[in-house]
Design a protein around this ligand. Sequence first.
Ligand code: Z5A
Length: 229
Amino acid sequence: MTGQFITFEGGEGAGKTTQIALLKQRLEELGIQVILTREPGGSPGAEKIREMLLSGAARKLGPRGEAMLFAAARADHVDSVIVPALERGDWVICDRFADSTRVYQGEAGVDTQVLDLLETVAVAGTRPDLTILIDIPAEIGLSRVSARSKTDASGGPDRFESDNIATHERRRTLFLDLAKREPDRFGVVDGRHSSDHVAKEIWWIVERHFKDLFVEAGGEDIATLKEQD
Ligand code: Z5A
């Protein structure tokens, strides 16, 4: 089976990290080797840039400068982690990718043509086979994040979490617009449901998206898929 690239997108507290772990487990049960990674970051070089971006240290560069840093981090991540894994035949699940730049830096006013150019250079042809968008009202996502930061050592809101609710809602709309523009690549799930419910919806999307590959490889779920034909 060839390596496949799945990305997760959505606002803060949507449940991306939770669902990525569950999907990894499910794919591994089918004998698939899965690499989990995230953006910004995912490679040693990109993790250094992550720190600059999320701490707010890069804020003074302005949205275009920040977009360039996200792109630089992505280029390193793609070259040193994502492409080698896909070439080995592993599946890669990435917590945020280029769609996040379109949404966050786009919302902050960076010109679409600039974002297109940066994306082309950063991804160098490596694009997701499937993107799961977990859609959630900003208020719910942020309340989950704030409940979590009270109980762990995450140290309060980062550079992007601390933006106002209207900004978070505009980002939500932009994510949904991207999903409408590329319905074959995006699967949208309602993140307000329980983790179990969301995981089932995501698996439903993944099974159908990669049906031909799963059938080719054989396995327990295949009988179910064939019955549904
Ligand atoms: N950014 C950008 O501007 N441009 C870019 O190109 C890229 C990123 C790539 C990275 O943040 C920031 O960088 C991000 C955009 C910007 N903005 N912010 N902030 P990050 O990586 O640190 O954080 P995040 O991506 O926003 O993830 P998150 O806040 O950790 O949320 P999550 O991964 O979607 O959710 P979670 O960790 O799975 O769950 C959050 C909490 O909710 C946790 O306590 C769970 O136990 C709970 N949870 C999860 N699912 C449920 C359900 N279904 N019900 C109830 N509770 C739940």
